[in-house]
Design a binder for this molecule. Structure first.
Ligand code: SAM
Length: 295
């Protein structure tokens, strides 16, 4: 079984990138009344205590959300994200960090639905326990599956509302996760071409990682956005996460402009050495269908 536990990493620079984009995307969905579904294929425990032994051991959050917590000059996308994290820390001290399921529940309206997959036996127990503390609306709108998210998501697509988002956020402990993520993205596009598909991945010195990103950019989809944040130079032994990427298919049209303001700020403020940098690409209609010539 896997050893990855997200509690060691909650609130780090990778979570900041992923969750700030998640919050913006859900806010965008909420602009319309029509209900939507969020399917989180790799949910984790849902909610993390930053003064737990685990989080304290690595203190990764200190170089992630910790660096943004007191700032009063945040670009709007980050200000919205930090405001959400503040809602989980009502006394103003950064003690709790919501994972993707809890950030999603915070955004959903009663008619929206959340579907969560988590396979780690301890994580799923914590996730179920956390949900039991939520109100009835949250419990009614959420279903937790102790199954493989790569496989399970297929049966849920397209969602009955025909509006929604799939978040694919594996730990990539197993190098097969890169191949499985790509296959799953293709399945999602086939079954739910109008849906927003968001994938997080680590920037690591692995052929599988760079190949996966290259394949994403060649997918025949209506639009995509690709953002990467590097916070420090890669170590030779590959230990420690030096950066991560988010790839979105059918992103909110507002996201690219919002990230143009955000990414330079993130690279500057979360950067740990001179290698800190970002990339940001957006393509609309990358493969337009050629118009028929009339003769
Ligand atoms: N999405 C979470 C967040 O942003 O708060 C973090 C998820 S963490 C990076 C990845 C999780 O996926 C781990 O809790 C791990 O136990 C779980 N996992 C690993 N393989 C899985 C699979 N095939 N299906 C579902 N969950 C899996």
């Amino acid at each position: 079984m896997f050893s990855y536990r997200h509690a060691f990493h909650a609130g780090n620079h990778a979570d900041v990138l992923k969750h700030a984009i998640l919050v913006h995307t859900l806010d965008y969905f909420n602009r319309k009344d029509a209900p939507y579904w969020v399917i989180d294929t790799h949910a984790g425990a849902g909610l993390y205590s930053l003064d737990s032994d685990w989080a304290a051991k690595t203190s990764e959050f200190a170089d992630g959300i910790g660096r943004l917590w007191e700032r009063d000059d945040l670009p709007p996308l980050l200000a919205d994200y930090v405001a959400r994290i503040r809602a989980f820390n009502t006394n103003g001290r950064l003690k709790r960090y919501p994972g993707s399921p809890w950030l999603t529940l915070d955004a959903l309206r009663p008619s929206d639905r959340l579907r969560l997959f988590e396979m780690h036996p301890t994580e799923i127990d914590t996730l179920v326990g956390n949900l039991e503390h939520m109100d009835r609306t949250a419990q009614r709108q959420t279903t937790i599956y102790g199954d493989d998210g790569f496989e399970g998501v297929k049966a849920l697509l397209p969602p009955p509302t025909r509006r929604g988002m799939v978040l694919i956020d594996p730990s990539y402990e197993d190098k097969n996760d890169y191949r499985r993520t790509l296959i799953t993205v293709k399945e999602c596009v086939k079954r739910f071409a109008t849906g927003t598909i968001a994938v997080w991945y680590p920037l690591v010195q692995r052929r599988e990682a760079s190949e996966m990103a290259r394949h994403f950019e060649n997918l025949k989809v209506k639009s995509w956005l690709h953002a990467t944040l590097t916070v420090k130079k890669a170590t030779i032994d590959g230990y420690g996460l030096h950066g991560s990427g988010m790839f979105l298919i059918n992103p909110p049209w507002t996201l690219h402009d919002a990230l143009k303001q955000t990414m330079p700020y993130l690279a500057r403020e979360l950067g740990q050495d001179e290698r800190a940098s970002f990339t940001l690409q957006y393509r609309e209609n990358p493969f337009p269908v050629p118009k028929k010539q009339s003769d």
